[in-house]
Design a protein around this ligand. Sequence first.
Ligand code: GLU
Length: 424
Amino acid sequence: MNPSISAEATLTRGPLDDAKAQLAQAVAQLDVSEGVHRMLATSRREMAVAVPLRRDDGSIAVYEGFRVQHNFSRGPAKGGLRFSTAVDLDEVRALAMWMTWKCALVDVPYGGAKGGVAIEPRDHSVGELERVTRRYTSEILPIIGPDMDIPAPDIGTDERTMAWIMDTYSASKGHTVPGVVTGKPIALGGSLGRASATSRGVAHVALLAMASRGLEPARASAAVQGFGKVGRDAARFLQEAGVTVVAVSDVDGAVVNEGGLDVMRLAAHVDTTGSVRGFDGADELDRDALLTLDVDVLVPAALEGVITEDNAPDVKASIVVEGANGPTTQAADEILTDRDVLVVPDILANAGGVIVSYFEWVQSNQAYQWRESEVNERLGERMTNAWHAVVEHAGVHGTTYREAATALAVKRVIEAHDLRGLYP
Ligand code: GLU
């Protein structure tokens, strides 16, 4: 294996090291040439921009922004835009690579991309966020477009952000281009069912994973880390399926109720107070203690790198469903596998978002809206198909689900690359 593209043990491993290690494992299973491995380990296109912002007080702040397009073999690049102070180029590279595998695994005709601005959105007014978004969009404008690269929401961004991107892009073209982003407000051509699609998919595969381990929803318990775009509705859908959701957390803290939280009432509390803390239907819990609670299913649905070699030995759940991208480090993954914990990998578990993004893009490009039931039904079909493909591959090759999912995805990307050929 080429040392420059293998995962090297470094003191400060980050998501890109984990993503490259996962790729190396998949490549080892697949008999891939070193040159193709090198291509897949490298982003096709990267853009780093400065994003100057005129603040409300008249001063000027400057933020780093990135857009990384990892691969185009199966179609235009696709992936979210993240606003977070943790954003750096390597993180965005890793997230873009995972998007390539995710899109290939659930068979949507895209390559992977990701964008980020190193900004704390909670420290800015709506006007400032709008100006940052529009300036960032105008900087990356030459490399995005409905046939080139289609952003979507991720951590710290939402449908309002997508509306600003769509408007900025459209203003530069002189006409409205709804297909340039997904995750738009419904009134601007967003898809019914997109807002809760990731969570719906997470709950869908969680139930499939539980069934595969003989766990009945009515007898199962779950803890959900994160009560944002993914965790909140994932907790709701799990509860609707009969699972007892005993704990959830957000950036400020965690709450626990062994008898089961009332997720809808907790959501109303968060809407009023901005945090899960102080909810009268539960006890307070240390935020990190949520990950090692005695539950059947653990859903990390917040940030990457939260299940580490330090806490993995103490994880008591028998199933981990990765609602977030990259929540389990490579070292933790090995520990969980040794302990026979079933890890449903991110590129499968949270693919519902990009699946319905694809449906939204199709609807936007055709200027036609599908019924919500149709969206949800097609989402379920794709999640189920991907789940069975992963289970089968893992069974045949004796691998973990993450290795199987990555290998299946890498194989599809290589197939497309081989059919197209290397230019020139
Ligand atoms: N940010 C989401 C993800 O990581 C959605 C990406 C998309 O819909 O393009 O999957």
